[in-house]
Design a binder for this molecule. Structure first.
Ligand SMILES: [Zn+2]
Length: 145
């Protein structure tokens, strides 16, 4: 009796092992089939929902396109640059003014005299409209031209 039981048990164990092996062999396919079924059902549900809410779908698509455009065309840095450009005109004007002042001829000669105060021109001297000015008068000129 003991031997028979052992044999029966062994056959049961072998059968179980074979079943497990078969299951192990086909489980990826089973999972795939189950996954496809779930995906199909989900797709049908989404399509049904989309058919019922076309306006919402359009909004979502536009939203996705919006974010895609922002990241694809780097619109955030561009918008930032545009904002800085809007703030720039003042700075540009200031730079032009400074450039205009700096553009006046610098006279290194010491044989000339200031047109206003007749002081002998030193290292810092300036020329404007053919007249020469010392640094002090030039500064006054800038304050009150
Ligand atoms: Zn002077």
């Amino acid at each position: 009796m003991g031997d028979y039981d052992d044999g029966n048990n062994s056959g049961g164990i072998i059968g179980t092992i074979i079943s497990i092996l078969i299951l192990a062999a086909i489980w990826p396919y089973l999972l795939t089939i189950i996954g496809l079924c779930i995906a199909y059902m989900a797709a049908m549900a989404v399509l049904e929902w989309m058919a019922q809410n076309p306006f919402t779908v359009v909004l979502i698509v536009l939203g996705i396109a919006f974010f895609y455009a922002i990241f694809h065309y780097r619109l955030i840095p561009k918008a930032w640059r545009w904002m800085i450009e809007q703030l720039k005109p003042q700075a540009v004007e200031l730079n032009l003014r400074q450039h205009d002042l700096a553009d006046r001829k610098f006279i290194p000669s010491t044989n000339l005299y200031c047109y206003w105060c007749t002081k002998k021109l030193g290292i810092k001297a300036w020329e404007k409209s053919g007249k020469y000015y010392c640094d002090d008068c030039h500064t006054k000129q800038l304050v009150d031209p």
